[in-house]
Design a protein around this ligand. Structure first.
Ligand SMILES: [Ca+2]
Ligand SMILES: [Ca+2]
Length: 265
């Protein structure tokens, strides 16, 4: 019975075309985006759809939600964020609110039911840097933050209070961009080194680094219903679906690729 079960799993895995870590599996443009293109991404694990922002004319921020499944139709129409935000970066979503990084060195807390800004707090990277990446962990209720020019990551609660600082956790002091949370891990893209970093939030350690070939500049990053990463690029206007590195030391690679289904933790 056990052999039969494993055989069934292997057949099922073989039917799905996984790439190597960092491979671009798919790419598409979200319909209705402004000419300044998509920037921030946040995964809604409740309905498996994705919140997205762009910058409209005059630095106004628009947001929408698109279907996590192909062909990624817009399911919550584009609407304006009702605030004097300056230049939006990546976003996170806690099940109720969107947290948007902004070049004002603020994180805006946005109610996506009407686009109103209900709160804001200082981005932990501080002035002189750009608060590029942000992601939310629904298990701990914490947010993870990057700064473009910093090797440090910051963990805050949803009010912006810093609860942990991971000094020098990122290998590069330039180009740190979007942040995602998924599969129990934090994922960070770097536009300068063209790498993605996988971090264990329980230990605050960098586990894996792998290369990517996303065109400059990937800004927003989020998890996806396919156990992959979505990266938003504001120069091309495309979302890129990226194969993550889900290998863990306790699992051996097989000829068919890495068996994601067996890697429960
Ligand atoms: Ca790059
Ligand atoms: Ca994000």
């Amino acid at each position: 019975m056990r052999i039969l079960l494993i055989s069934v799993i292997l057949v099922a895995v073989a039917a799905v075309a996984y790439g190597d870590p960092g491979d671009i599996l798919d790419q598409w443009q979200v319909s209705g985006q402004s000419y300044n293109y998509v920037r921030g991404l946040a995964y809604d694990w409740n309905d498996e759809d994705v919140w997205c922002i762009d910058n409209d004319a005059g630095y106004a921020i628009d947001y929408c939600k698109f279907d996590g499944a192909s062909p990624h139709d817009v399911v919550v129409p584009w609407d304006d964020v009702s605030s004097t935000c300056y230049w939006g970066f990546d976003i996170a979503y806690d099940g109720t609110y969107i947290y948007m990084n902004d070049q004002n060195i603020l994180v805006y807390v946005i109610d996506p039911t009407d686009g109103s800004v209900v709160d804001s707090f200082s981005a932990p990277c501080g002035g002189g840097d750009y608060p590029e990446g942000i992601a939310y962990n629904q298990d701990t209720d914490y947010l993870y933050h990057t700064g473009f020019y910093s090797k440090t990551m910051w963990v805050t609660n949803t009010s912006g209070t810093v609860v942990d600082t991971w000094t020098n956790i990122l290998p590069s002091a330039s180009g740190n961009m979007g942040v995602a949370y998924g599969y129990g891990r934090i994922w960070v893209t770097n536009n300068t080194t063209n790498e993605i970093y996988r971090i264990d939030p329980d230990t605050g350690t960098l586990e894996v680094t792998f290369g990517h070939s996303i065109p400059d500049y990937e800004l927003g990053l989020c998890w996806s219903p396919n156990d992959t990463l979505f990266a938003a690029n504001f120069l091309t206007g495309y979302i890129y679906e990226i194969e993550p590195d889900l290998t863990f030391t306790s699992v051996q690679p097989v000829s068919l690729g890495y068996i994601k289904a067996l890697m429960s933790e």
